[in-house]
Design a protein around this ligand. Structure first.
Ligand code: SAH
Length: 211
């Protein structure tokens, strides 16, 4: 099967699995996932599975990227913060949906690779930095949307503080390697309200320094 045929099959799979937002479907269609996976996994780039990206981390399953992007309800003028750049794939999808993406990764080597991919693909509306994402990015706050792509034990308070009023944050919460679920938190008049969305399995959000 050709790369293009595999991609069409993946998009159909996403639609069947509940991705109805046409902006999200079109963003997934326009971002070449093969540019974000390493050589040994190239033939699996359009399979609906997570794949290793080094440093014990993974590029998320396309369905999870699409579900989280859809849940985030991103508008084209928005400023979005992502925690856990990893391969850079989710950031590249978000970059198609909003004005600017700020993304933080604690593994310097993964960040360097992701930035190289953004340049090669001429994606210019992503600002990436190595750091501890649990602290957010105070200099750039507030953010209209925040997406966390690693699982926290609880909702990081500094991220909630950096969320704009009327904003929303989507993040997996739960124990490492155990039960986790994606939450959506909306902030209205300074008060957060929490919705539980769907179960997932993410690598843990690790507080502390850069590696
Ligand atoms: N969004 C990524 C998938 C990320 S996997 C993609 O599309 O490929 C989760 C990533 O979060 C890993 O790369 C991990 O190193 C990173 N991470 C974990 N804790 C972090 C923290 N406190 N700050 C920033 N990044 C973190």
């Amino acid at each position: 099967m050709s790369g293009e045929a595999r991609k069409i099959r993946l998009i159909m799979d996403l639609r069947r699995s509940g991705i109805t937002d046409t902006r999200v479907l079109s963003a997934v269609e326009r971002v070449p996932r093969e540019a974000f996976v390493s050589e040994p996994f190239l033939d699996q780039a359009y399979e609906n599975t997570a794949l290793p990206i080094g440093k014990g981390q993974t590029i998320s399953q396309p369905l999870v990227v699409a579900l989280m992007s859809q849940a985030l309800e991103v508008g084209e003028r928005m400023k979005v913060l992502e925690i856990g750049t990893g391969s850079g794939y989710q950031a590249a999808v978000l970059a198609k949906l909003c004005r600017r993406v700020y993304t933080i990764e604690r593994h310097k080597s993964l960040l360097v690779e992701a930035e190289r991919r953004f340049r090669a693909l001429h994606v210019h509306n992503i600002t990436a930095v190595a750091g501890d994402g649990t602290r957010g990015w105070p200099e750039q706050a507030p953010f209209d949307r925040i997406l966390v792509t690693a699982a926290a034990g609880e909702i990081p308070k500094s991220l909630l503080d950096q969320l704009a009023d009327g904003g929303a944050m989507v993040l997996p919460v739960g124990s490492p390697g155990g039960d986790q679920e994606v939450l959506r938190i909306r902030k209205k008049d300074g008060k957060p309200s929490v919705e539980r969305l769907f179960p997932v399995r993410f690598v843990p959000l690790v507080a502390g320094g850069v590696e």
